[in-house]
Design a protein around this ligand. Structure first.
Ligand SMILES: [Zn+2]
Length: 144
């Protein structure tokens, strides 16, 4: 399977993204037609978000709220980010897992502060990746 870069044909949208085996797909942001614009190797990975990352973060039309999974909340780095703030006050949002599956999430009073160096490195990477993948959409929403 090849990873291919696509471009949205809607001039107001102009989304560029990549994905594997995306035959018959529409733009994950506006739903318009897309055309392949090259093999993914032609682009730097940091410059193009994936189809999946655009699709899952997008709020469609007038939709104001879109429920997300706790797994996605964690993967985006948002849980780590909010817990960094909560630790100042001795609180945290705790996620209990069974393997990769989240079984429970609850607020808690905690005695520890901050995270390990590895957790912080992973957290900064996750949040930076999220910002890189969503900056355009976030700016658009902020200006609406
Ligand atoms: Zn589009």
């Amino acid at each position: 399977m090849r990873d291919i870069a696509y471009k949205c044909l809607n001039e107001k949208c102009n989304a560029i993204f990549h994905g594997i085996d995306l035959e018959g797909i529409c733009c994950p942001l506006c739903g318009d037609c897309v055309v392949p614009v090259g093999e993914f190797e032609d682009y730097f990975i940091k410059d193009i978000p994936s189809y999946k990352s655009l699709k899952k973060t997008q709020l469609s039309g007038n939709q104001m709220v879109s429920e997300k999974s706790i797994e996605e909340f964690r993967e985006s780095g948002m849980l780590w980010l909010i817990n960094n703030l909560l630790h100042i006050f001795g609180w945290a949002v705790v996620v209990e897992t069974d393997g990769d599956k989240v079984v429970r999430m609850y607020p808690a009073r905690v005695k520890f502060r901050g995270f390990s160096e590895k957790s912080n490195t992973d957290g900064y990477i996750s949040v930076s990746r999220y910002m890189n993948d969503n900056a355009e959409e976030l700016l658009k929403e902020a200006n609406e």
